[in-house]
Every structure is written in structure tokens, then in C-alpha cells.
Design a protein around this ligand. Structure first.
Ligand SMILES: [Zn+2]
Length: 121
């Protein structure tokens, strides 16, 4: 299940990013999922639930944003986005194309609350 290792990597990056901040609670984590990543959203959700246990991410909402892929026509050179196959160039209708991007999975943003006043504890 590569969703588990993907999520584990993302959470460790997110953890590093939040280190040093007075994070009280993470409300939501927004993850961008390229349509060519072969990631199952259910599996990502499951991985997030199990990996976030006993961390600052526990209980946070996972928001998955599916992203179209970017392709470039090999005939006329036009770049365009598409969400699935089969794909034809919108300019010349050729089906010969190169995939430029669309398999990335990464954290887009983290919505968190900061500890406002530490002295009141
Ligand atoms: Zn074309």
C-alpha cells in the first residue's frame, strides 16, 4: 500500500514545518493528489487516521484535492490539462502526447491553531 508510505513521508515533512511553532491543534490538512498518482483516496484517509494517532495531527480533517494532469501535444506543442484517458489535443485532436505532470501527492496547506498565551497554563 504505497499510500501509507506517501502519507508517512508527508506527515514527517509537515511535522518539521510545524516544529518551533506553538501548535495547539491541527484543524485540517489539505493534500493535493494528482490523478496519475494511482492513490486511492480511501487508502490515503485510512493511512492518515492511523499515522496521525497520538500526534498533533490526530483528529484533524484530511481534505483531498484531486488535481488534473498536464500534458503536451507531441504534434502541435499545445499544453493542456485533462482528468482522465483517453485524451486528445484540444487544438489539433492528436492523441500523441507527453505527460508533463500529474502524479504528485503533496501537502498543500495545514490549518492549525496556535497556543496564544503559554503563561496562562
Ligand atoms: Zn495538438
Amino acid at each position: 500500500m504505497h499510500e501509507m508510505s506517501l502519507m508517512s513521508g508527508m506527515l514527517s515533512i509537515a511535522n518539521d514545518a510545524l516544529r518551533g511553532l506553538n501548535v495547539k491543534r491541527v484543524n485540517a490538512v489539505t493534500v493535493s493528489v494528482g490523478v496519475l498518482s494511482n492513490c486511492l483516496t480511501d487508502a490515503l484517509e485510512l493511512a492518515f487516521r492511523s499515522l496521525s494517532e497520538n500526534t498533533v495531527f490526530e483528529g484533524a480533517r484530511l481534505i483531498l484535492c484531486e488535481k488534473d494532469f498536464l500534458a503536451k501535444c507531441s504534434v502541435c506543442g499545445k499544453e493542456f490539462t485533462a482528468s482522465g484517458f483517453p485524451v486528445a489535443c484540444p487544438a489539433c485532436t492528436s492523441a500523441r502526447l507527453a505527460i508533463i505532470s500529474g502524479d504528485e501527492v503533496y501537502i498543500e496547506s495545514i490549518d492549525y491553531e496556535e497556543e496564544v498565551c503559554q503563561k496562562s497554563q
